[in-house]
Design a protein around this ligand. Structure first.
Ligand SMILES: CC(C)(COP(=O)(O)OP(=O)(O)OC[C@H]1O[C@@H](n2cnc3c(N)ncnc32)[C@H](O)[C@@H]1OP(=O)(O)O)[C@@H](O)C(=O)NCCC(=O)NCCS
Length: 174
């Protein structure tokens, strides 16, 4: 996808009301390799989540928007940094492309690079981690394309759909 069609901007509460965000979190395919969607999602729970995260210095959340054929930017996903730690100068990357028709077009890699640069160049962090379900091939490819290297695996780290899944830990150093 032409990168000029992608706009990454600070996440706002309005994103929750004006997009399909809540539906993304209830979609079992979208969340199958994510540590979320365990509890039924609703506006109150998600509004509380947003309000706590948007005021926190431990999280930096952005909306991924893409210009559609009507020349309007639509909210297709979120990308962010979590557990930001300014002592050890590390954080954990999170990404969710909720609108399925926009997957596989390079938006994941673009956003992954954006948020990694934000961690290093804006927040002066030293290391970004990504915790990835071992089965999540698109995520692993995003990590590797953006210069992350695999540090190891955590066995039975995630419980999902009645069984445990291993977690691959990827990281990139500034
Ligand atoms: C994972 C995710 C962010 C990837 O974003 P994306 O825009 O679909 O990925 P891209 O188009 O940038 O492609 C990234 C790489 O994955 C590959 N890829 C994309 N979809 C794929 C698929 N279904 N199967 C295999 N490889 C795939 C691409 O070929 C590319 O590989 P390359 O660098 O070798 O060319 C996105 O699919 C997503 O949000 N999925 C649901 C939520 C999720 O799993 N989040 C990540 C938690 S760590």
């Amino acid at each position: 996808m032409d990168e000029s069609l992608i706009n990454i901007r600070p996440l706002e509460e309005e994103h929750l009301r004006k997009s399909n965000w809540l539906n993304w979190l209830s979609d079992s395919e979208t969340t199958q390799y994510q540590n979320l969607g365990y509890f039924p999602q609703n506006l109150i729970r998600q509004t509380n989540y947003i309000n706590s995260k948007l005021l926190s210095n431990e999280d930096a959340l952005f909306a991924i928007e893409v210009k559609n054929s009507n020349d309007k930017f639509i909210h297709v996903g979120n990308v962010g940094l979590h557990s930001i730690d300014f002592i050890h100068r590390r954080c954990i990357l999170g990404i969710l492309l909720g609108e399925k028709e926009y997957r596989g077009k390079g938006i994941g890699i673009y956003s992954w690079n954006f948020i990694t640069n934000h961690a290093f160049k804006m927040l002066n962090l030293h290391k970004v981690y990504a915790f990835i379900f071992i089965e999540n091939i698109p995520s692993i490819k995003c990590a590797e394309s953006c210069g992350y290297r695999k540090e190891g695996e955590l066995i039975d780290y995630y419980y999902r759909n009645g069984k445990y899944h291993d977690c691959a830990i990827y990281s990139k150093t500034s």
